[in-house]
Design a protein around this ligand. Structure first.
Ligand code: EPU
Length: 338
């Protein structure tokens, strides 16, 4: 069912809990419904954007335009054989509901991504990732509507430009398409991936690498480190882990032997943990009146109550400056500014 809200309060629609308003927000439950909504050109002639879970957004001002909000939550099985199940999932389903659905049916591929807040439609945009897994490895294609031509397009994963927290949806297609569904290919064949941090230890403690144990282990680790957005406003990792030249990483490692280093997209680069850099720059757990740095994970900035987007940005810019001064490394925001 289509809903149309005017002058809507967005405080509950963004996980940072920033109090702003939008001129208009309309819902859509399918690509066809969205196409109808946009057909007369009125919405697209003004400012518009897609607001799904609002988990990776920092509002710094009211939104003077129309927000398109997906509400379709269907999971449709497309094919199934001995080794794989292909599903089509609408953009408005809560991401973790999909993970739970897959784990209940013994389907592998999403379990390490348990409890990531947000909607299915947003998952490909930043190629969500955690505990050694990235969503791109399970995505077969993304269904979208091209807002220039109103043509439905199915974009194969190979054309989505996926990289670490990157995709074409954040790049050339930004502001030009609306994702309406994602096609996943899940495996019936067990392939536990437990190489990241304490995941193996935590899974063993729960009885070994069964799907439900891996999911439970990931959930337990996340709950320890990350604030629940329902209780404390936040948008997960505020910054991306910086990718630097290997020589730069190695020099830093000589100076700071306890700094972890991660592989990057190629051998010439390494990924550094921004959380570690921010922590060592002295910011972990530091609080200001309305904003602060989470005490259990320095990569997460929190709204302590009543924060404005500008206050969060000021904190982020002070952190960025100190990390740059101390380590000579620039950290980029993961969160989108609106
Ligand atoms: N670290 C510190 N201090 C901190 C935070 C981290 O020393 O305050 C160190 C940790 O001890 C560890 C390293 O930095 O050695 C990496 O920390 P962690 O394993 O917590 O992961 P991360 O690199 O900080 C990334 C993702 C998270 C994801 C975790 C687990 C990014 C930007 N973030 O964080 O994703 O949950 O790995 O896979 O890549 C998100 O995107 O919102 C998010 C939470």
């Amino acid at each position: 069912m289509k809903e149309d809200f005017r002058n809507i309060d967005l405080t509950a629609c963004n996980s940072f809990g920033i109090s702003v308003r939008a001129d208009r927000m309309v819902t859509f439950d399918s690509r066809e419904a969205l196409c109808e909504l946009l057909a007369d050109g009125e919405i697209l002639s003004g400012k518009w954007g897609v607001l799904s879970g609002g988990n990776n957004i920092l509002f710094t001002e009211d939104f003077h335009g129309t927000l398109l909000h997906p509400v379709g939550r269907q999971i449709e099985m497309l094919s199934s054989d001995d080794s794989r199940v292909r599903v089509r999932v609408q953009a408005g389903l809560e991401w973790d509901d999909l993970v739970a659905w897959a784990v209940e049916r013994d389907l592998w591929g999403l379990e390490n991504l348990s409890l990531i807040p947000g909607y299915v439609g947003a998952a490909p945009v930043q190629n969500i990732g955690a505990y050694g897994a990235e969503v791109k490895d399970t995505i077969e294609a993304v269904e979208l509507l091209d807002t220039d031509s109103l043509a439905p397009i199915t974009l194969a994963a190979a054309h989505c430009g996926f990289g670490y927290r990157e995709s074409v949806f954040k790049g050339v297609l930004k502001g030009r398409v609306v994702i309406t569904a994602v096609l996943f290919s899940l495996s019936r064949v067990p392939h536990p991936s437990l190489g990241y941090g304490d995941l193996l230890k935590e899974t063993e403690a729960l009885g070994g690498p069964a799907l439900k144990n891996i999911r439970e282990a990931v959930i337990a680790i996340r709950r320890r480190k990350l604030p629940d957005p329902k209780e404390t406003g936040n948008a997960g990792s505020f910054f991306k882990n910086p990718v630097v030249e290997r020589s730069v990483a190695e020099k830093l490692k000589e100076k700071y032997p306890d700094m972890p280093l991660y592989p990057a997209q190629d051998e010439a680069h390494r990924k550094l943990p921004a959380g570690w850099l921010i922590d060592r720059a002295g910011w972990k757990g530091r609080m200001r009146a309305t904003v602060g740095v989470h005490a259990a994970q320095a990569l997460v900035l929190v709204n302590r109550g009543g924060a404005t987007g500008t206050e969060v940005l000021e904190l982020a810019s002070d952190i960025r400056r100190d990390v740059e001064r101390q380590f000579g490394v620039t950290i980029e925001m993961e969160v989108n500014l609106w």
